[in-house]
Design a protein around this ligand. Structure first.
Ligand code: FAD
Length: 291
């Protein structure tokens, strides 16, 4: 299908871009990589009067990594981050998650900021952001502000960004020492959105007990879902299969009604979540032991 008619603007500064968003408030859409927005236009599920393309705005395409943080400009292509040696070395979890997004062709176009602002509940980057307590930087007519990941994803395809705000960067903390990680998902075909997926991290004390855990599920709710009660079941326990299975059952049991669609029923997604949590925890614990 062809998109409806729209105007197109390619501002050269954030001030010019936010000005356009204010002038066309509610009727403008930011364009980044177009990998989600263009299909929505073509299917006429979005009908903005104007697209505000961020491509010509300088200083939105960068990766900066140190021991504590991997910070990424919003217009950085997903593939650029995936191929960054710095990211591979300092943030293997982020690197692994990026490889699960769509196909290399989509990652060559799709941006980190676009995926986060789009907030598809089955997408990997929003789940990683929630699991890692990332911070989002945005600018709007009122100036710049930062939003914690826990406050960013509101519901299906909806974030805390106002229609006049632009996401400019995201900061992902790196994992602490003796912390293992996992990101796993089930999709019908390689490159498809996940039917369900899990991001897990596990920290081990010197006696081998779990001293911290983080579990975020994706594809099973209107946003990425933190499984806080299941995390609580893990802390202080031995890192072993029976403990992981209990956490999986709790995480799945606590889900509000997961989506039923042509790809999978809610029950199937819930059961996938249960199984994937157990597997992700086992993988994360093995990495923590080896760390
Ligand atoms: C075949 C296919 C398979 C895919 N599979 C996956 C998958 O498995 N996992 C996955 O996560 N994604 C998947 N995607 C989507 C992913 O490729 C997109 O990159 C991502 O969702 C959007 O990034 P984008 O830069 O293309 O954003 P766009 O499509 O340009 O924008 C998406 C939305 O975010 C808004 N937006 C964009 N940038 C900003 C900004 N800086 N500030 C404020 N708002 C902004 C836009 O207005 C729009 O509403 C798939 C896409 C395709 C085509």
């Amino acid at each position: 299908m062809k998109p409806p008619v729209f105007d197109y603007a390619a501002p050269v500064s954030l001030a010019e871009a936010t000005d356009l968003l204010v002038r066309h408030e509610g009727d403008a859409k930011v364009l980044s990589g177009g990998q989600s927005l263009v299909p929505l236009l073509n299917m006429r599920l979005a009908r903005p009067a104007i697209l505000v393309d961020l491509a010509r705005i300088p200083d939105l395409d960068w990766v900066r990594a140190d021991d504590e943080t991997v910070a990424i400009g919003a217009m950085t292509r997903q593939r650029t981050v995936e191929l960054s040696r710095e990211v591979q070395a300092r943030h293997p979890l982020l690197h692994a998650g990026l490889q699960l997004i769509a196909h290399p062709q989509n990652r060559n176009q799709g941006t980190v900021g676009g995926s986060l602002a789009h907030a598809d509940p089955a997408a990997e980057l929003p789940a990683l952001a929630l699991a890692l307590d990332a911070t989002f930087d945005a600018v709007g007519p009122g100036g710049a502000r930062s939003v914690a990941a826990a406050d960013f994803f509101l519901t299906y395809l909806t974030t805390a960004l106002a229609p006049t705000e632009i996401l400019t960067a995201v900061r992902f903390p790196t994992l602490a020492r003796r912390t293992g990680w996992s990101i796993i998902e089930v999709a019908r075909r390689h490159g498809d959105f996940a039917l369900a997926g899990v991001v897990a991290s596990v920290g081990l004390a010197t006696d081998g007990a779990i001293d911290r855990a983080r579990l975020v599920l994706f594809g099973v709710g209107a946003t990425p879902v933190r499984a806080a009660a299941a995390e609580g079941l893990l802390v202080g326990q031995r890192a072993e299969a029976a403990v992981f299975a209990r956490a999986g059952a709790r995480a799945a049991g606590d889900l509000e009604e997961p989506l039923t669609d042509v790809h999978a029923s809610a029950d199937y997604r819930r059961d996938l979540a249960r199984v994937l949590v157990g597997r992700a925890l086992a993988e994360a614990a093995a990495r923590a032991r080896a760390a």
